[in-house]
Design a protein around this ligand. Structure first.
Ligand SMILES: O=c1ccn([C@@H]2O[C@H](COP(=O)(O)OP(=O)(O)O[C@H]3O[C@H](CO)[C@@H](O)[C@H](O)[C@H]3O)[C@@H](O)[C@H]2O)c(=O)[nH]1
Length: 475
C-alpha cells in the first residue's frame, strides 16, 4: 500500500448499475483507490455483492461492501433472484430499472449517516436521480463512464439529446453520424444492432428512458470519468470534453494487470482449465465469449457453433444458459457438435475466469461481442479480435476496432443481422492464421503495450486520485 499524499484519506462511495459488466470495473476502481489508502463503501444488492471478485486480505479493511435490500416481491414479472442484467432477458431491462430506482431511499440514508462523511460518490448511467441528492449533502458526484469516448460522443451532449430537435426517433437515426459530430466518422450502428438495443429499452415501466438517464447522470455530475487512455482515442476524447463542458478525466484502461491483487471470484476451476490450455500450442486457441447480457437466437447459435467447427482451430467457448431459457445449453448446440469438436474445442458452461484465460499464452484470438471490458481484457494481452457485436455500445466498438485494424468483423446482413457459419470460420481463420491477418495480429500484439502497460495505466490512476484529493468538497 502506498503512503498517503497530503490531503488525507478519502471516503469514496461506489454505486454501479446492476450488471456484471459495471460491477466489475467499479470494483477494479475500488481496489485501486484502496491500494492507495483510501476508504471505499461499495453499495449494491446482496446477490451482486456476492458475485464480485474477493477483496485481497491486505485491502479488505478498506473496502466495505454494503448490501442494499433488493425489492424482489414488489416488482411484478421480475423473476425471483434477478438482481442483475445477467439474470433477465434483455427485453426485461426496464423491470430491473424499477428495482434500481427503489434503491434511492436506502442509498440516501447511507449517504446521510455514513461516517466519515463521504467525499465522493462514483455512479453509473442509470442513477440519474443521484447527483442532486449528493449535492444536497455536500458530496461530490463523479459519473463513471463504462462506455468509451467514441460511444459517449455518439450518445451526445446532455444539453441537446433531450431536445425534440435532436431526438433520435427512428432506427435509421442511429445508422448515421449525429449532427453534433462534425468530424468525418464511420462509427455508426448497423440496422440490426439498433433493433436489438431498442428491444432492451422498449417500454417505459420505470418512467425514465435510457437517454434521460444518461443525460441526467452526466449533465448534473461534477466530473466525468472515462475508462480509456487518451492515446487510444485522442479525437473522441477531445470531442467529449467539448460536448460536456465540464471536467473530464481519463482513468486509463484499469487492465487486469493493474488489479491482479483482486482475488478471482470463481476461479475454482482454473486448475482444470489451465491443464487444458497447457496442452494447446502457443497462440493457437480462439477464446469465444459474449459477455453477460448478449444472447443469440437459435439460428445464430447454430451458425456460430458450425463456424467454429468449420474453422478447424482449437477454441474455448464460454456459453451459459440464457436467462429465462427452459432448454439446457447442450440441447441448443447442433446435434453431435460437442463430440465432433472434442479433441480441440471446449464448451464451458459456467462463469469463466475470463481475464485469467486470456492471459494464457495458448490464446491467440478472442471472438468477442465487443463489450468494453472484454475488449480491454483481450487487447491488454495482445489477442487479435474477431468482432461479433450484438447490442448496446458493441456495434460502435466493433466499428472503431475494425477501423484501427485490431480485429476483423464477422460479416452480417446489415438489416436483419443474419450471418453464415462460413462467415464465422472465414473471419476466425483470417484473424488467427492467414497472411492477410498478419497486420491485425501485429497491431493487437502492439496494443498490449498501451492497454496492458502497468506504468502508463498506473500514471492515469495516479493523476485521477490526485484530482479526487485536490477537489474533495471543503468541510
Ligand atoms: O464467464 C464470464 C463472463 C464474464 N466475465 C467478465 O465479465 C465482464 C463482462 O463485461 P463485458 O465484456 O463488457 O460484457 P457485458 O457483461 O455484456 O457488458 C455490458 O457492459 C459493458 C460496459 O458498459 C458494455 O460495454 C457491454 O456492451 C454491456 O453488455 C468482463 O470483465 C469479463 O471478464 C467473466 O469473468 N466470466
Amino acid at each position: 500500500m502506498e503512503n498517503q499524499e497530503d490531503g488525507g484519506v478519502l471516503h469514496v462511495v461506489m454505486f454501479p448499475w446492476l450488471a456484471m459488466g459495471h460491477l466489475i470495473p467499479f470494483h477494479h476502481l475500488s481496489t485501486l483507490l484502496a491500494s492507495k489508502g483510501h476508504k471505499i463503501s461499495f453499495l449494491s444488492t446482496p446477490r451482486n455483492l456476492s458475485r464480485l471478485p474477493k477483496t485481497s486480505p491486505s485491502l479488505s479493511s478498506l473496502i466495505n461492501l454494503i448490501p442494499l435490500p433488493f425489492p424482489h416481491l414488489q416488482i411484478q414479472n421480475l423473476p425471483p433472484l434477478s438482481e442483475s442484467s445477467m439474470d433477465i432477458p434483455h427485453q426485461q431491462a426496464q423491470l430491473l430499472k424499477i428495482a434500481f430506482d427503489s434503491l434511492e431511499t436506502p442509498l440516501a440514508r447511507f449517504l446521510e449517516s455514513a461516517s466519515p462523511k463521504p467525499d465522493w460518490v462514483v455512479y453509473d448511467y442509470a442513477s440519474h436521480w443521484l447527483p442532486p441528492l449528493a449535492a444536497d449533502l455536500g458530496i461530490s458526484a463523479a459519473y463513471f463512464s463504462l462506455f468509451n469516448a467514441a460511444n459517449m460522443a455518439f450518445i451526445g451532449p446532455p444539453s441537446m439529446v433531450l431536445e425534440r430537435e435532436y431526438a433520435r426517433t427512428t432506427a435509421e437515426d442511429f445508422t448515421v453520424v449525429p449532427r453534433w459530430i462534425t468530424a468525418p466518422s464511420e462509427i455508426v450502428y448497423r440496422r440490426h444492432e439498433v433493433a436489438k438495443f431498442m428491444e432492451s429499452s422498449k417500454g417505459n415501466e420505470s418512467g425514465t428512458n435510457d437517454v434521460e438517464r444518461f443525460a441526467g447522470s452526466i449533465g448534473r455530475s461534477d466530473v466525468v470519468l472515462f475508462r480509456t487512455c487518451v492515446e487510444f482515442e485522442p479525437d473522441w476524447f477531445d470531442i467529449v470534453c467539448e460536448l460536456y463542458n465540464k471536467p473530464v478525466l481519463a482513468l486509463g484502461f484499469l487492465p487486469p494487470q493493474l488489479v491482479s491483487n483482486e482475488v478471482g471470484g470463481n476461479d475454482g476451476e482454473w486448475g482444470e482449465i489451465e491443464g487444458w490450455l497447457e496442452k494447446q500450442r502457443v497462440n493457437s486457441v480462439v477464446y469465444v465469449a459474449l459477455g453477460t447480457e448478449a444472447t443469440l437466437s437459435q439460428d445464430e447459435l447454430t451458425a456460430l457453433a458450425l463456424g467454429l467447427e468449420r474453422s478447424r482451430l482449437p477454441f474455448f467457448w464460454v456459453f451459459r444458459k440464457p436467462p429465462g431459457s427452459i432448454r439446457d445449453q447442450l440441447e441448443m448446440l447442433p446435434d453431435g457438435f460437442v463430440n465432433r469438436v472434442m479433441d480441440r474445442g471446449r464448451v464451458y458452461m459456467d462463469w469463466a475466469p475470463q481475464a485469467r484465460i486470456l492471459s494464457h499464452p495458448a490464446i491467440g484470438g478472442f471472438l468477442t461481442h465487443c463489450g468494453w471490458n472484454s475488449v480491454i481484457e483481450g487487447l491488454s494481452y495482445g489477442r487479435v479480435l474477431i468482432l461479433f457485436p450484438v447490442m448496446n455500445d458493441q456495434g460502435l466498438n466493433a466499428r472503431m476496432l475494425a477501423g484501427k485494424k485490431l480485429g476483423v468483423e464477422i460479416p452480417r446482413n446489415e438489416w436483419d443481422g443474419t450471418f453464415t457459419s462460413d462467415s464465422v470460420s472465414d473471419s476466425v481463420r483470417l484473424a488467427m492464421e492467414s497472411e492477410e491477418g498478419e497486420t491485425l495480429r501485429a497491431n493487437a500484439r502492439e496494443a498490449k503495450f498501451l492497454f496492458g502497460d502497468k506504468y502508463i495505466n498506473e500514471r492515469y490512476v495516479d493523476s485521477f486520485v490526485r484530482y479526487f484529493v485536490e477537489n474533495r468538497p471543503s468541510e
